[in-house]
Design a protein around this ligand. Structure first.
Ligand code: HSE
Length: 417
């Protein structure tokens, strides 16, 4: 049965305003925003000043407020607010992927200890209802892999650069103006944002709470026209793809990198701020979810759904964590990659285990290599790849290492061409 929901809202940026619009227009579900706490008293707001406060305790210590909706930018402040609210007996809805991914296990523990609930559908892939589906619909499925496009801003930039030949800086500026990008857009273009979402999705898919700092993220920050031309010359497009997948009965692996995707890949035509999630499972086989991954209203819609779920006492049970034989996160894989760099020493030192092609990119004149590299080596050289202006894209082929045995696996095939 629904109970009377009185909301204390933190943050009134793009998503906060989006939520306000969505709540105002939603039919059949009545809820009140009692107070909105924001940081900057001097900023002009679209609502009466009496709605706003500047001290977090006006929400956290208000006994009438029974739901905290946290939509602020700063992950550290968000953790303070969310953990205090959960300890004080208030349920929370949050969209803060960085905060959740970085404190995942602790937040699960706090919910258990204080009997409170934290819902965060809006944190992962905007309007695509993936977390509750992983928890409820696929509670007894044997999930094998989840992958896809988890960052709207990068996908917007890639679409504009590849399909419309816009330059990178203009495309990024548009993504910022449209409210898709994070305040610090390096989180988007270097693959951090997609990685936080991947960590959360992995928790609900395999019951593994990986630490973000242990997971590889490479992004599109160093993308050059030559890389786009190279992809096109092979009939492919570059997409920023997040992957979490089972290696065997005990191990899973996860990483975020750009990927060269072929025309018949389901990700090839996912454009602009759209996200896509491809699920592979033993019984239902392959399924594709596509929807807007960024923007005030699409994200506000996911927050609305969590507010509504909270009203009928829904909470995550972390079923995969409690149910399954435990998986562990393994880096015992190699990735086949295209690496373009003007740092010749990088090619020698990064640790290619095999090389199938070397060439000179005919647009930029710089060198590229296609070959396989261990995930551990990529993690170790991540900073150097970024700092040297190099660009790396996976081909979708991985090699699973099991002692001296090597097994090839096509991620793009396994997720449904
Ligand atoms: N900056 C994020 C993106 C917003 O571009 O996907 C949604 O999480």
């Amino acid at each position: 049965m629904e109970h009377q929901v009185k909301i204390g809202l933190f943050g009134f940026g793009c998503v906060g305003q989006g939520l306000y619009d969505v709540l105002s227009q939603s039919r059949g579900f009545r809820t009140t925003i009692k107070r909105i706490v924001v940081k900057d008293p001097s900023k002009k707001r679209s609502l009466p000043a009496s709605m706003f406060a500047y001290d977090k305790n006006e929400i956290l210590n208000d006994p009438e407020i029974n739901l905290v909706v946290e939509l602020i930018d700063n992950a550290k402040d968000a953790y303070e607010i969310v953990s205090t609210a959960l300890r004080n007996g208030k349920n929370v809805v949050s969209a803060n992927k960085k905060m959740i991914a970085e404190n995942f296990e602790e937040l699960v523990r706090l919910q258990h200890e204080f009997g409170t609930s934290l819902l965060y559908e809006a944190s992962s892939c905007g309007s695509i209802p993936i977390l509750r589906n992983l928890e409820e619909y696929y509670d007894n499925e044997l999930l094998r892999a989840v992958s896809g496009i988890f960052n709207g801003s990068s996908n917007y930039i890639l679409t504009k650069v590849q399909n419309e030949h816009l330059d990178y800086a203009t495309a990024l500026r548009q993504a910022q103006e449209l409210g898709f990008a994070e305040s610090d857009p390096t989180l988007d273009v270097e693959g951090f944002d997609a990685k936080y979402k991947l960590v959360i999705i992995t928790g609900h898919t395999f019951g593994v709470f990986a630490r973000p700092e242990d997971v590889l993220n490479l992004g599109i920050g160093n993308l050059a026209v030559g890389d786009v031309e190279f992809a096109q010359s092979r009939g492919k497009r570059i997409r920023l793809v997040a992957n979490t997948f089972q290696l065997d009965d005990q191990r899973i692996s996860l990483f975020v990198t750009p990927r060269l995707v072929a025309k018949d890949d389901q990700l090839y035509n996912v454009n602009n701020e759209y996200n896509a999630v491809i699920l592979e499972a033993a019984f239902s086989d392959k399924q594709l979810f596509v929807g807007k991954g960024a923007g005030g209203h699409p994200t506000g819609s996911a927050v609305l759904s969590d507010i509504s779920a909270n009203a009928y006492h829904y909470r995550y049970e972390y079923k995969k964590y409690h149910q399954q034989a435990r998986f562990t996160y393994s880096t015992e894989i190699e990735l086949e990659v295209y690496l373009r760099s003007n740092d010749p020493v990088l090619f020698d030192e990064i640790g290619f285990t095999s090389i199938s092609e070397r060439g000179i990119n005919y647009v930029s004149g710089v060198n590229y290599v296609i070959g396989t590299i261990g995930l551990k080596d990529l993690i170790r050289h991540r900073e150097r790849i970024n700092a040297s202006g190099s660009f790396l894209a996976a081909t979708g082929e991985v090699i699973v290492l099991d002692g001296s045995r090597k097994e090839r696996k096509q991620l793009s095939e396994s997720v449904g061409i």
